[in-house]
Design a protein around this ligand. Structure first.
Ligand SMILES: Nc1ncnc2c1ncn2[C@@H]1O[C@H](COP(=O)(O)OP(=O)(O)OP(=O)(O)O)[C@@H](O)[C@H]1O
Ligand SMILES: [Mg+2]
Length: 233
């Protein structure tokens, strides 16, 4: 399995404020990698760099060895990078099915489409004509995942899937994610819940104040090491 995406000493800025410092990250095809870290550690900023929402120097991010830093977001979607954003960001006035269709705008060829998304989340088929805002939080998250899948990405990036949702719903979402990865998807998972992150990833990176404070095989990483890397000393 080849390396799909890599960052090389990646930095990020909001004006004068530096949010990321020298982040080296790598993910191979078919892997699920978790990113954990406290509030403000830089997780979402990192994802914004990967998806082109924040500008990066070209060589700082490579996709199958080719520099892609600074590539506009829509072009990255066309190349196979799709994100489930923090807070879902659905189109409130559109129906479930219309929201899903928005994800197919820069669709690549592949297995994902309306039918396979409805097979993954049968409740969305039942509610396909409902306004996105009429759904429960968990169902809205399903729409956000489905919309990202509609583009047939090679890399699916999820920011805080479980935030604010009930345990039963979280379990359902992670079960769906397992089906998605079983079908061959490469996944980057940002997760505040360390136990979930560890259980659902092969490797993890912990961010602390814009730096990678720990990386390793998820199941081989102890809770003690994680809490040290999470909060610092
Ligand atoms: N648009 C912005 N303008 C200025 N500073 C920002 C902006 N977005 C984030 N920051 C700052 O960058 C740092 C990293 O924020 P980021 O959102 O990446 O953290 P995070 O790890 O995703 O946190 P959370 O768990 O709260 O989502 C924080 O200090 C934050 O205040
Ligand atoms: Mg965040």
């Amino acid at each position: 399995m080849g390396e799909l995406l890599k960052t090389h000493q990646l930095e990020a800025f909001y004006g004068d404020f530096q949010a990321l410092f020298g982040v080296d990250f790598t993910i191979s095809q078919g892997e699920t990698v978790a990113i954990i870290g406290a509030n403000g550690a830089g997780k979402s900023t990192f994802l914004k760099c990967l998806t082109g929402l924040l500008h990066s120097p070209a060589p700082a991010i490579t996709w199958e060895g080719r520099p892609i830093g600074g590539t506009p977001a829509y072009e990255l979607v066309a190349q196979g990078i799709a994100m489930v954003p923090e807070g879902r960001r659905l189109f409130p006035s559109l129906s479930v099915e219309e929201n899903l269709a928005m994800g197919a705008y820069t669709r690549r060829r592949g297995p994902w489409g309306l039918e396979s998304v409805y097979q993954l989340f049968p409740v969305l088929r039942e509610r396909r004509r409902a306004a996105a805002t009429a759904l429960s939080g968990g169902q809205q998250q399903m729409v956000a995942i489905g919309r990202a899948l509609m583009a047939n990405p090679r890399l699916l990036i999820c920011d805080e899937l479980s935030l604010g949702l009930a345990p039963l719903v979280i379990r359902e979402l992670y079960r769906a994610l397992e089906q998605i990865t079983a079908a061959g998807m490469t996944v980057i998972l940002v997760e505040q819940d360390v136990a979930e992150a560890r259980a659902h990833s092969e490797r993890l990176y912990c961010f602390q104040e814009g730096r990678v404070s720990l990386t390793g095989v998820s199941r081989a990483t102890s809770i003690e090491d994680i809490s040290l890397a999470y909060f610092g000393v």
